[in-house]
Design a protein around this ligand. Structure first.
Ligand SMILES: [Zn+2]
Length: 312
């Protein structure tokens, strides 16, 4: 299993979900062992680069923001990171001329399409995975997340909240959704990648007052008002909410710096709890190990699937 990067560079433009700022974004190929790095073209070159890594997370309220030691930051990286994970891209430079990754349609799908358009190529260096060796769990009130040793990457996620009763598990009139996901490129694209971010109409004004959701609209988010979905087209999947939570989790976990071989469990978990989980994992040196992927059976598969092959 070799590392992969983009074959060509490719660009898009869009509005940041929280800042409302119009941003141009270009995905560039990068050398082996680069990982995913963001490059702000609107600040001085010496302070422009921010590595997408768990110890660079600066904020995790409503989105994931990373920053460097010079105070340069990039907001809302999680859907793009999920697309890199889902498409099996180890190395890329993300150039952008503003503070936030464009929201696009609120999912990872537009980024997946960009990466498919650009194509990917294998590089000289072997891919590595992060194997979880001991269980790690974090709890924050009624939210929790855990990593358990496993032979392949998989996620079990569960959420509940007051909201529209269409879809699964609706006995109480609210939303209760559970979903399991096992990784592969096609499964990510079909089951997870198109699930959009969501928010609640009654929270929009308060969020905007705090500087969030200023670029948010029905074009880039599912908006829930009481027991209704306001978007004209409705939901893309009956359980789009939990699918999006899995998407966020995959994107945030990719900040580990390699695909994780573990069983991931999330209960009402979000960005903050996932970052707490990564910090707890890396704080215990006996709980993890980076190791090369030795098999070449799944050369064309994603890191998610590579994680399964690594243990075969
Ligand atoms: Zn999200």
């Amino acid at each position: 299993m070799l590392q992969r990067t983009l074959k060509n560079r490719i660009s898009c433009t869009g509005v940041g979900l929280h800042t409302g700022v119009q941003v141009s974004l270009t995905l560039h190929p990068a050398a082996a062992d680069t990982g995913i790095a963001f490059l702000r073209s609107d600040v001085a070159p010496g302070i422009a680069r921010v590595q997408a890594r768990w110890d660079r997370v600066r904020a995790s309220v409503l989105c994931t923001s990373i920053g460097n030691e010079f105070g340069t930051s990039v907001m809302t990286i999680e859907h793009l990171m999920a697309a890199f994970a889902g498409c099996g891209i180890d190395n890329a430079i993300v150039e952008l001329n503003g503070p936030e990754v464009p929201a696009m349609d609120g999912s990872a799908h537009p980024f997946v399409l960009l990466m498919e358009c650009a194509g990917t190529i294998a590089q000289e260096s072997p891919r590595r995975v992060l194997r979880v060796l001991r269980p790690v769990e974090v709890v924050d009130g009624d939210r929790r997340a855990a990593l358990r040793p496993a032979h392949e990457f998989r996620i079990d996620f569960e959420i509940d909240f007051d909201g529209p009763s269409k879809g699964q598990g609706t006995s109480s009139g609210g939303v209760h959704q559970r979903r399991a996901f096992r990784g592969s490129a096609s499964a990510f694209k079909e089951e997870i990648g198109r699930a959009r971010t969501f928010g609640f109409a009654h929270e929009v004004e308060a969020m905007r007052a705090k500087g969030f959701a200023r670029g948010g609209s029905l074009d880039n988010a599912v908006v829930v008002d009481g027991d209704k979905v306001l978007n004209a087209g409705g939901l893309r999947y009956d359980d789009e909410f939990v699918r999006h939570k899995i998407l966020d989790c995959i994107g945030d976990l990719y900040l580990a710096g390699a695909p994780i071989v573990a069983h991931v469990i999330g209960l009402r978990s979000g960005h903050a709890v996932t970052h707490m989980l990564l910090r707890a994992l890396f704080a215990d040196k006996s709980a993890w190990r980076f190791e090369p992927v030795v098999s070449d059976i799944a050369r064309e598969t994603t890191p998610l699937a590579a994680a399964a092959v690594a243990t075969a």
